[in-house]
Design a protein around this ligand. Structure first.
Ligand SMILES: [Zn+2]
Length: 334
């Protein structure tokens, strides 16, 4: 039974009236999962991140700033307010992500999901932004590398927004192969195709921008024809999905057109890749702001990640994959 990390603290991060990143997101997902008997998964309470886990990514002063802003209910910017429950929620968000990689690398699980809020992929080392406080995916990857014996981690970020925080945190590193498929041009403005990382990490940032209106055929082709071959050459010990659901056609914040079922197909491709490479595959919740689309797409992801075998679909080649291969082909063979 794969673990599904959750915690009631996720409901206590109050972003105020009308904010799209709200507690109802978690309530909607969990209500749907209750109806589906948790698709056979095991709900597990997420622990808080330890100081050691947080300080590998964030300076102590910043962690302290998140705590004191939260106490006062101060906002980092217009997108990123806090409330007295925010610090604990963010601690559990990062802690759930770390517990997820422990379950995968030490606990023998082949898959798992950390479904907490606030999200994390926009948070930089000392900067909250874009609804994000702590960089949970990056913290989890660092935990895998520093404490759990992993040497290489693949992060696939399919949130509709570029995962600027995660990307920046590993921009000059080969320890993480960071892949992001995102609407572009779009907020936060980063993630151009030409951004391939720097220094030691040149080639290890695979940014895959897609225009408004892009849907499942392009996503599948990018995963099958760009991400999978790069991953085979990289040989990760762990695959993490920064699983945002705001590329769904019903999402109010963005303009891509994935279907609920697309998340199942994409997750099947990731599961097949993980099986082929002997790497467990864990997913962390990022964005996704249409409650129904989110609530139905998360179980779709979970069922596909836990599915056994079953052939992957035949994926036809998309022009966006050819464009990406031209740039990233300097570093990887496609
Ligand atoms: Zn997003």
């Amino acid at each position: 039974m794969p673990p599904f990390f959750r915690h009631p603290a996720s409901l206590e991060h109050d972003t105020g009236h009308g904010h799209p990143e709200r507690a109802e997101r978690i309530r909607a997902v969990e209500a749907e999962l209750e109806r589906r008997d948790w698709v056979g998964w095991t709900p597990v309470e997420a622990p808080p991140a330890t100081e050691e886990q947080l300080l590998r990514i964030h300076p102590r002063e910043y962690v302290e700033q998140v705590r004191t802003f939260s106490e006062r209910g101060a906002a980092f910017d217009m997108d990123t307010p806090t409330s007295p429950g925010s610090y604990e929620a963010a601690l559990r968000g990062a802690g759930g992500a770390c517990a997820l990689v422990e379950a995968l690398l030490s606990g023998g699980e082949r898959t798992g999901f950390s479904c907490l809020r606030p999200p994390g992929h926009h948070a930089e080392t000392a900067r909250a932004m874009g609804f994000c406080l702590f960089a949970s995916a990056a913290i989890a990857a660092r935990h895998a590398l520093d404490s759990l014996g992993a040497e290489r981690v693949l992060i696939v970020d399919w949130d509709v927004h570029h995962g600027n925080g995660t990307n920046a945190l590993f921009h000059d590193s080969r320890e993480v192969l960071f892949v992001s498929i995102h609407q572009y041009p779009f907020w936060p403005g980063t993630g151009a195709l030409s951004d391939v990382g720097e220094g030691e990490g040149e080639g290890y940032s695979v940014n895959l921008p897609v225009p408004a209106g892009t849907g499942e055929p392009a996503f599948l082709s990018l995963l099958e024809h760009v991400v999978a071959p790069a991953a085979r050459q990289y040989r990760p010990d762990l695959i993490l999905i920064s699983a945002g659901y705001d590329a769904h056609r019903d999402d109010p914040l963005a303009s891509l057109v994935l279907e609920t079922s697309s998340y199942g197909v994409m997750s099947s491709l990731m599961r097949a890749l993980g099986e082929e490479l002997g790497a467990p595959v864990g997913a962390l919740l990022e964005g996704g702001y249409d409650l129904r689309a989110l609530a139905e797409s998360v179980p779709e992801t979970m069922a596909a990640l836990a599915g056994d075998g079953g052939g992957s679909p035949e994926v036809s080649r998309h022009a966006l994959a050819d464009q990406a291969a031209e740039v990233h082909g300097r570093y990887w063979q496609f």
